[in-house]
Design a protein around this ligand. Sequence first.
Ligand SMILES: [Zn+2]
Length: 478
Amino acid sequence: MAEVKITKRSEDFSKWYTDVIAAAELADYAPVRGCMIIRPNGYAIWEKMQAALDGMFKETGHQNAYFPLFIPEHFLHKEAEHVEGFAPEVAVVTHGGGEKLEEPLVVRPTSETIIWNTYRNWIQSYRDLPLLINQWCNVVRWEMRTRLFLRTTEFLWQEGHTAHATYEDAEQETIRMLGVYRRFAEEFMSLPVIEGRKTEREKFAGAHHTYSIEAMMGDGKALQAGTSHNLAQNFAKAFDVTFQTDQGTRDYVYATSWGMTTRMIGALVMAHGDDNGIVIPPRLATIQVVVIPIFRKPEERERVMPFVTNFTGALKAAGIGVRVDDREQYSPGWKYNEWEKRGIPLRIEVGPRDLDKNQVMLVRRDNGQKTPASQDGLTGTIRTTLDTIQSDLFEKAKAFREGNSRRVDDYSRFPEILDGPGGFLWSHWCGSGDCEERVKNETKATIRCIPLQRPSETGQCVVCGKPSEGRVIFARAY
Ligand SMILES: [Zn+2]
């Protein structure tokens, strides 16, 4: 196993990120530029994310289905904004079975077109609505620059595609799924997020409007953590999907789509990681507790191991993910370091002296805190400690975000703040695309969202001085 030395986070955040992914063995580069190999440690996090999200999708009435990877090229051209947005990044298959295809096939960049072409056959009447479907799959969007998990040509995601009888129903669904993403981010990833609406320029190609959740990473940059789109009747019109209403008239169907991707693994690294590696929130950790038995002599091993086998059995029975590292070819110190890199939330050290005192040592990954714990009621103590780590990670990330959020009323201060501490700049904006564009060109900051919950406060656009109905969030983003 090659040792990876992790660059200090404060020294070079970007290098630190790459080092942490290598050290924790989350992913590798692939022979094809832009592609990524997700290693078992990374995929285990994805599986936990999938399980949590999938449970919430089903709780809210959705079912999973699967649509093909290949889409006839002309489908993409049916929705004008959609094709304009995606054409530059689609991969096209022109040959198959040794022959040139009659019509090229695009590798799905997202599945609205093929799904709405199918919904035409599935939806006849208002009785067929709502139709609530989700798909877990991979998509391809051509990228020239690779950043593992954050920017890759192929990535894994889920895409929800729902159909509704009215605009209001579609809007409700769009907001409901945004709420599911927020809950997932906050409760499972310990990642505080801000729900908001995207501006016209930043919305999904083909959407009526888009909502997103925005998170702050450890370097003060923003990361869009999930999006939910109200597509109104755009795709129903493009694919001629109509239904008989309960009034007996015919209308086009209303649509939503929403997605979350393997980018979230990158977000997890950048939100909680430190100089020693990643920090996995307990609810997304397959191994939540690693046990390092400490012994030098065979008779010590014979004392320690039966105790370890016994209490880890109880932990497993209680549904806690536990791994015992009793490899004798490595020293305890080497093992501590190794499991810290991999972000295992809690370490338990236990040796003969601990047995004499009826205790074990608990070491938290998030803050390094080391405390003895009684062997009595140990399962309960460990469960409580894991819950505390989960909520402390959230509070720490939230305090960091608050500490790096500023109300800025003077546009000339943008560069010094963005080049300095970064973070979220809450500023007034008049609603004009020109002002938005100017900020982007001059400072590389974009409007992350128009927060759904923002203090009601009128003011003047930070760029042009025209009236503004409230503050929006400007930030540089991944
Ligand atoms: Zn303006």
